[in-house]
Design a protein around this ligand. Structure first.
Ligand SMILES: Cc1ncc(C[n+]2csc(CCOP(=O)(O)OP(=O)(O)O)c2C)c(N)n1
Length: 365
């Protein structure tokens, strides 16, 4: 089915406002709603909460979209907000890791449990058909159910439900550096005994592609937004090692509160790098709120002692030695351009093999 047809039926049934975090399986749907009444929220819990506020102020049912990996972020406001106040929400959930469909390891368990989890929290759910005529009936039934019971309803969206991918072309392309250029430069200028904890999506895959020794990298393939907290703990426990966190703007914003914890702990061997492309590049380049944010001010305000921002190769090469040499908690923003990540490999080793190699390397004397 075309995402456009689906969105038109949603409109027909008065589903006009959208809140969510983008997902690769929902790429063309996200693209269709980009310029509608749509808010891309920092995390999936925020989307549920905004949806509730929308209902409170309009009496209309909002659409909340997400990847199934975002369910964890959403469950608390689903159960302790939407549910107890009887606010109905229509969920559209991308089903990564559907059983028997090839996918990445971080999606296996979540995919297996997706519908069970929804059933467990008493969230009525169905697989969205890819036949538009059936979808019309499904939506009508869902709407009647929500109107009558004031409970939420979820559509689980399988891979290839939406026909054509329309990639968001309206993205920042003004910067000289690509993700690959930035990561290659970091690897060249950081000492060879450094360790890296990288965030979910293209950044981890790029680090994997360009590293000579992947046992120095902890690739946080899932758990979006938590790479910096992992790196923080490692830095605190391995004070003699330099630990870099390679963050993305979408991931950083998803759990921005982590930077306060990092600043309270302030390990001087922790180097926080943000590869800021202003979008969720890994799932279709939908904008984050980065474009109106001044990250250096934010990190400084949070208590980081040194903050830097660069946007060219030359600036990066000039700043980097000082960034790593100083003995204070430091943040470096590198403004980069998004790209389509053609030919970006995925790790061949399993997450547990990555963990084992990383721990061995980290514990080497
Ligand atoms: C909790 C959760 N929500 C959504 C996703 C889907 N997802 C994977 S990568 C990604 C985008 C990450 O954006 P950013 O951190 O800016 O890095 P970029 O892709 O731009 O390199 C999203 C939304 C996820 N993996 N986990």
């Amino acid at each position: 089915m075309l995402a456009n047809d689906f969105v038109n039926i949603l409109k027909e049934y008065n589903f006009e406002a959208f809140f969510g975090v983008p997902d690769s399986l929902l790429k063309s749907f996200c693209s269709e709603i980009l310029n509608m009444e749509n808010t891309i929220t920092a995390n999936e819990g925020n989307a549920v909460a905004m949806g509730c506020g929308y209902y409170l102020s309009t009496g209309k049912i909002p659409v909340i979209y997400m990847q199934n990996s975002g369910l964890g972020n959403a469950i608390n406001p689903i159960l302790s907000l939407a549910d107890i106040y009887e606010i109905p929400l229509l969920f559209i959930i991308g089903w990564r890791g559907e059983p028997d469909i090839k996918d990445e390891p971080q999606h296996f368990k979540q995919g297996l449990l997706t519908r069970e989890l929804l059933n467990c929290i008493d969230l009525k759910n169905e697989i969205l058909s890819n036949d538009i005529n059936i979808v019309k009936k499904q939506l009508l039934t869902a709407k009647e159910y929500m109107d009558k019971t004031k409970k939420s309803f979820a559509f689980v969206v399988r891979k290839s439900t939406f026909e054509k991918e329309i990639i968001n072309k309206d993205v920042f392309q003004e910067f000289e550096l690509t993700r690959e250029m930035a990561i290659k430069t970091i690897l060249k200028l950081a000492s060879h005994d450094s360790f890296f904890v990288s965030t979910t999506g293209y950044i981890s895959r790029e680090l994997y592609k360009n590293s000579k020794d992947n046992s120095r990298n902890f690739l946080t393939v899932g758990s979006m937004g938590h790479a910096s907290s992992i790196a923080l703990s490692i830095a605190l426990n391995k004070k003699d090692k330099r630990i870099f966190c390679l963050d993305g703007d979408g991931a950083l914003l998803m759990h921005l509160g982590a930077i306060g914890t990092i600043a309270v702990k302030s390990p001087c061997n922790f180097k926080h790098i943000l590869l800021n492309n202003f979008v969720h590049n890994s799932v279709g380049s939908q904008p984050t709120s980065a474009k109106i944010m001044n990250f250096c001010e934010i990190f400084k305000g949070a208590g980081y002692k040194r903050v830097y921002t660069v946007k060219t190769q030359l600036e990066l090469e000039n700043i980097f030695p000082e960034f790593i040499k100083n003995k204070e908690l430091s943040f470096l923003e590198i403004k980069i351009r998004p790209d389509d990540a053609k030919n970006l490999p995925r790790p061949e080793k399993s997450p547990t093999e990555n963990k084992k190699a990383f721990m061995e390397k980290l514990n080497e004397k």
